[in-house]
Design a protein around this ligand. Sequence first.
Ligand code: ADP
Ligand code: TZD
Ligand code: MG
Length: 571
Amino acid sequence: MSNVAKIVPDGAELTDGFHLIMDALEMNGIENIYGLVGIPVTELGRMWQARGHQFYSFRHEQNAGFAASIAGYLTKKPGICLSVSAPGFLNALTALANATTNCFPMVLISGSSEREIVDLQQGDYEEMDQLNIARPHCKAAYRINRPEDIGVGVARAIRAAASGRPGGVYLDIPARLFCETLSAEKGEQSLFAPVDPSPVQLPGPDAIERAAKLIREAERPLILLGKGAAYAQCDDEIKALIEETGIPFTPMSMAKGLLPDTHPQCASAARSMVLKDSDLVVLIGARLNWLLAHGKGKTWGGGLKQFVQIDIQADEMDSNVPIAAPLVGDIESCVSLLRPALRGMQKPSEWAKAVAEKASGNRLKLAGKLTKPTAVMNYHNSLGAIREVLKNYPDITLVNEGANALDNARMIIDQYKPRRRLDTGTWGVMGIGMGFSVAAAVETRAPVVAVSGDSAFGFSGMEIETITRYKLPVTVIVMNNGGIYRGDETNEASDQAAVTVFNSSTRYDQMMVALGGEGVRVTTPEELAEALERSIKSGRPTLIDAIIDPAAGVESGRIGNLNVVSTIGKK
Ligand code: ADP
Ligand code: TZD
Ligand code: MG
């Protein structure tokens, strides 16, 4: 082991917890750590850099955690987040829970207080029973108590995060362990790289036969791609399945670009129609959760649909509605077995044609709105301008958060390549913006454009300093409508500011200038397009403060139906 420390008291070669943790991470191919240092993990960050790796130091652990989680999603290898104990751990916990909810592989490594003090609640510096707090929020939680267990502890964490349905894993490291020593020889023997940490899982031949039969017999089939399909990184298999069968497809938001949004079979623009009128839906790496109206009701045309579902998690099947043909396995294996079973099937040409017509009609209708000038920019013409610029940069990763800023950008901005759209995901969580942007720039080595509502941006805005510090090619566009959903609410009931409203004079562009990047305020689609183009070309961290009509948005964006209001009046 080249990196084992050679401390030599009494002639014995020793290693310690610090070195063993780094050795174990290296063995697992880890290069980047996203974190925030302090007692007891500062030295680990320094030593990691000294070994020639990257440690990205954030301003708040939640953003470091979001970064690690999306690094995991983009690379299929668990992203690593490092935090201090108690408050640092808790700050990162939201990101760990979000990773688990979204099926992103990540490992949160937190320093912690010694067991004997925590267990007797004797009041240590940043004392907290972190392991038990983490447990319900992640896929697995482990503590390593002895240096000789570091190898197995890290291996288990990596395997738990990456295998089967990916998710968040918590690894608790009591402060003392970092300095505990072990003979270098024993240390070396205790380390190992797990063999095949995310093994393929094949569905049985009956399951393939059952699914193929349903698909062949369907008259109006639809393929619905979720972010699991994007995560699986078998883009060519999925493209081949769709093109060989001629079935229309529609992507969930983070699956956009798996096939280009401009693909002739893409039914995004006819989404209501295909969900309602299809007679069979093939779900590939998408859950029938709230984002799909739980697979039932008006959205789906009232009656019960027939579903084929491809998912690695067996108990995902029937979670909301009965699944006629479950295909439990990894997407690449399932799709590659399904394709030969469907060979020669008759393409649903009439249905596909009707869907394509509806979709192109709707795209045409939308196009008109995207170029229509208004006195103050609205979501359509501002995002229309962004869409035109991004058309020429298909490798750029788009990070997107907000309510109206999210829903409209998802609809308007086309994606052309897989895994280039990262957003608020399953929870609709605000605050992913800057953490995702840092990790996307780091992991893809290509430029990133974040389109954030002004409220959404506020959750992670301080990380623009992180972006300038590491000189990352990130352009942040703040859709500044002066508030949450809208910026024009007046408070009829009291003289306090309305709950949805921010200072209308806030200069987000100047924030970026103050923190070392470029800032520009724009008020027209032309200015916006020009500033974005310039920023992308320069590769410099830039914030574009885009002034949007405060009256342009709607409450809760596209999910106003989930809003809760009193039925008996306000007082
Ligand atoms: P979306 O929000 O895009 O609809 P979800 O997060 O709801 O997507 O669903 C993703 C699904 O993909 C999860 O149920 C997860 O188990 C599944 N999944 C993730 N990776 C794989 C894989 N490699 N093979 C099979 N299923 C996968
Ligand atoms: N807190 C967290 C962590 N996640 C959330 N989703 C919310 C609060 C509630 N919320 C939304 O669902 S969207 C949103 C909040 C606060 C912000 C919407 O305002 P915005 O976007 O400025 O980001 P628009 O363009 O003004 O709609
Ligand atoms: Mg706003």
